[in-house]
Design a protein around this ligand. Structure first.
Ligand code: TMP
Length: 202
């Protein structure tokens, strides 16, 4: 693939949407051919799946939930991510396969090996060149989400602690790809760290 694939990961309220959008704006202004996506989402089918997955009224089994996240991913990879990377673009994605490993694997107890296998299928084997993991204490992150929590945010504190630990253990296993940034109270301090790391692959 000619392009570069940068993903942002982290537990709830970790600031990844803000940071990924700031990076997108910065790279665009610098003249890079860059696109921005979020997961689940990015294309119509995946946005519909997102609405279904996040609606607190819906009861979904762990297996069904895992498969739906994968289905949403397959659509956006096929329609946007793969063509963009083949055309040499920089793709910034707010969440990707690591989210399923953290939330459904470490969080819900779905076999991580199985998730990785399904992930290979859904992503067509496409892996991020760089993953920024924004790390923040779970309680602090959830404070940003006190109102109108979605189906996943409503889960217990211990669930979200497992998700965070899952991310940190993934980062330990793949230190070359996954870079941990501790969230600073000042979003511009965090952003300058994000930019510094990204420049190393651009
Ligand atoms: P976001 O609102 O942070 O963009 O993500 C949507 C929610 O979906 C968030 O609670 C994390 C969750 N999620 C999973 O549980 N598994 C996944 O594979 C993905 C991509 C997101």
């Amino acid at each position: 693939m000619k392009g570069k694939f940068i993903t942002f990961e982290g537990s709830e309220g970790c600031g990844k949407s803000t940071q990924s959008k700031l990076l997108y704006g910065y790279l665009k202004k610098k003249g890079y051919p860059v696109i921005y996506l979020r997961e689940p989402g990015g294309v119509r089918a995946s946005e519909s799946i997102r609405n279904f997955l996040l609606n607190p009224k819906n009861k979904i089994s762990p297996a069904g939930e895992t498969l739906l996240y994968m289905a949403a991913r397959a659509e956006v990879v096929n329609e946007i991510i793969k063509p963009a990377l083949m055309a040499g673009k920089i793709v910034i994605c707010d969440r990707f396969l690591d989210s399923t490993i953290a939330y459904q694997g470490y969080g819900l107890g779905i076999d991580v090996k199985l998730i990785k296998l399904m992930g290979e299928f859904a992503t067509l084997g496409i892996k991020p060149n760089l993953t920024i993991l924004l790390d923040l204490a779970v309680k602090k992150g959830l404070k940003h989400r006190e109102f109108k929590k979605d189906r996943i945010e409503q889960r217990s504190l211990s669930y979200h602690e497992r998700v965070r630990k899952g991310y940190l253990s993934l980062a330990r296993k793949e230190p070359g790809r996954i870079k941990i940034i501790k969230l600073d109270d000042d979003m511009f301090v965090t952003q300058s760290k994000v930019r510094e790391i990204c420049h190393s692959i651009l």
